[in-house]
Design a protein around this ligand. Sequence first.
Ligand code: UD1
Ligand code: CA
Length: 456
Amino acid sequence: MKLEIVILAAGQGTRMKSNLPKVLHQVAGKSLLEHVVRTALELQPAAIHVVVGHGSGQVREALSAYELNWVTQEQQLGTGHAVMQALPDISPDSLVLVLYGDVPLTSRETLQALVGQAGDSPALLTAVLADPAGYGRILRDGNGALLGVVEDRDASQEQRAICEINTGVLAAPARDLQAYLPRVDNDNGQGEYYLPDVLKLAVVEGKQVATSQAESELEILGVNDRVQLNQVEREYQRRQAEQLMRQGVSVADAARLDIRGEVVCGEDVSIDVNVVFEGSVTLGNGVTIGPNCVLRDVTVGDGACIHAMSHIQEAAVGNDCNVGPYARLRPGTVLDSGARVGNFVETKKANIGAGSKVNHLTYIGDCEMGEGVNIGAGTITCNYDGVNKHPTTIGDGVFVGSNSTLVAPLTIADGGFVGAGSTITRGVEENELAVGRPRQRNIQGWQRPGKRDNED
Ligand code: UD1
Ligand code: CA
């Protein structure tokens, strides 16, 4: 049976108290809905239908990179009503998996197991929670067969004591949904058409509804307010940190590492506190990341050390490099092996050759730098003339004295030497010394001004 997936994302999410549609709030740098869509894609369904309503334009825009069939639910009359809106687009002989846009972390394995259980009849993902408040409760007969779901609001005192809850995730043959959804009524506490009511109807028709359980609570946590959003975020982050540690990474504090993307680590990587990884980050063997670093879309080679407070984005740090403390590597920075970028140095579109050193208080932008170069403190590549950006080329073994301004476009050939405090506007040839500064004048017998009377 081919699989089609329906994701419900039309609700407003009133309890978020936000302008942003609930499903666009983020966990680990991705919207709730994107998490669900990505998991859905892993199941390789024939189609994914997303039911939207509140802020639908914004939601569609945010997910425009994905191939999705958008279904509009003008009025949010309940989860059953929402699935009804998608039915006309669903092939009648498919199996339908319903996911909620506000339940972001259900795993592929859990969903696959559920789908495997549904064939001729529906299957429901349930969970047993210590605190089931707020969720729909699972009703079973004396033999343990599922009878239906009762919503928290509609539940009796006794039913509220049931700890097995409806996660919201269910799989059902499209034909069952077609048969039962139109018969669901809204005669309940919220005046809504409840999707789980199709199960009750199926059971009345003599069908068995299978249930399966998620491996962990995190998988079924729904986000209704910002407290729950944060709970999901923290739990997700804790698990990611744990995963890294199990792979052999030293993490100083699992509660102070945030991964908003994917991290791949070699052996014996060590990560200090308050580190944020975004996008795609690859760390080689023996890499050390100091405290308070932010790395986004970065590769770091074997043995490299990123010292405290460094901010690195879209850059490649080679083997055995040293970066920071307080370094900022902006997009297009490439450090060849053994290069060193020290404190208060900013780089952008810069290739720093092997073993070259840019140790203090410097800006290197639009620069191609050779090997074994030494850039003195306070050096600036003046790459911008107010209109255009220009390149600076620095050959192997060049020495640039402190506090030099290198006005681009400019080439300093191999072995070139720039005297401290120079403003360099013309190219420097191989092994030339360039000094571009006023000569020093010493005035002998100079009298310091004295302090005048009646002035403080
Ligand atoms: C729902 C279930 C409840 C379950 C819980 C699990 C129903 C009636 N109740 O309750 O049994 O324990 O999820 O988290 O299904 N939505 C629409 N259109 C609508 C209404 C909702 O698209 O008209 C979407 C929402 O955007 C949300 C999802 O469906 O993504 C769930 O809706 P919500 O109102 O949060 O349901 P719960 O009260 O949490
Ligand atoms: Ca919910």
